[in-house]
Each structure stands twice: as structure tokens, then as C-alpha cells.
Design a protein around this ligand. Structure first.
Ligand SMILES: [Zn+2]
Ligand SMILES: [Zn+2]
Length: 153
């Protein structure tokens, strides 16, 4: 992870990840933490962020490390929503790509639909090649390592 660095003192999400705010965490492990979006766009709206400061999806590489980090973020988000909103029929998981991201610390939006209020869905539209919102599955495809893990013989 070339761009990944030490925690940035001015980054709100770094502070949340280190539990130095009053934000209550829904999940913590050594790689990621999850919490509720302070300005929810859906019935349930959680964010999953890496503990380590990574700015945006553009800083992710085709490496096993980054790929497994994102897939872990997705698993955590899915588990939380299935636990807290089991009645929902539709979920969305994805990232805002710069320049449309709000906070410069990578965060996975986990949404149990419907959007509330409904117009909020416009914030989560994919704009194709122009960017916009990228589904977690699509991002995982994009950063999938080219060669299998193994080697190191
Ligand atoms: Zn940060
Ligand atoms: Zn966002």
C-alpha cells in the first residue's frame, strides 16, 4: 500500500478508528471499524473504514493486501446489515470515488434500502467511466491481483 501512512491527526475517521471520539463502534478488529453514518441516507446506513489511513479508492493497488482488506470491509458490512436489518430486501455496498467523496479516509457505505428520503439515491449513482459511486463488487474486480497468492517457494 504505497500511499498508506500513519494516522493523520486531523482526520476525523482516524480518530474514530482509534476510539478517541464518542462515536459508538458497531464492530472493531485490528483491520477495520464500523459505525453508523451521522447523516444516514437509508433505513440503515453504516460505514466501514480501515484502521490504517488510506485516502480514497484511487490509493488501492492490485495487491493481495488491498484486495483482502476491501473484501473484509464488505464482509463486515454485510454481516452487520444482515444482523440489524434482516427484513430488508435490498442492500448496497460501495465507495464514492474522488472528487465526489466527502471524507478523505476510505469508507465503505453500507446501505439497507429504502433510501430515506428517497431523493438521496442520487448520491449513490454510478456514473460509469466518469466515476461517481462504485459498487464494492466492482472495486474488488478492479483491484483483483493479477497473479494468485501462492509463489514464495
Ligand atoms: Zn484517516
Ligand atoms: Zn462517502
Amino acid at each position: 500500500m504505497a500511499m498508506a501512512g500513519a494516522a493523520s491527526p486531523s482526520c476525523l475517521f482516524c480518530q474514530i478508528a482509534r476510539s478517541s471520539t464518542s462515536t459508538s463502534l458497531l464492530h472493531t478488529d485490528e483491520k477495520v471499524v464500523a459505525f453508523e453514518d451521522i447523516n444516514p441516507s437509508a433505513l440503515r446506513h453504516y460505514l466501514v473504514i480501515p484502521v490504517e489511513h488510506i485516502s480514497t479508492v484511487k490509493d488501492l493497488q492490485r495487491t493481495n493486501e488491498d484486495h483482502s482488506l476491501v473484501s473484509h470491509m464488505l464482509t463486515v458490512g454485510q454481516t452487520l446489515l444482515h444482523r440489524d436489518a434482516p427484513q430488508c430486501k435490498q442492500y448496497r455496498f460501495g465507495f464514492h470515488q474522488p472528487p465526489l467523496n466527502s471524507v478523505n479516509h476510505l469508507h465503505l457505505h453500507c446501505l439497507a434500502l429504502p433510501f430515506t428520503p428517497r431523493w438521496k439515491h442520487v448520491k449513490y449513482l454510478s456514473l460509469g467511466p466518469l466515476g461517481g459511486f462504485i459498487e464494492a463488487d466492482k472495486l474488488l474486480e478492479k483491484i483483483k491481483p493479477l497473479s494468485p497468492i501462492s509463489s514464495q517457494m
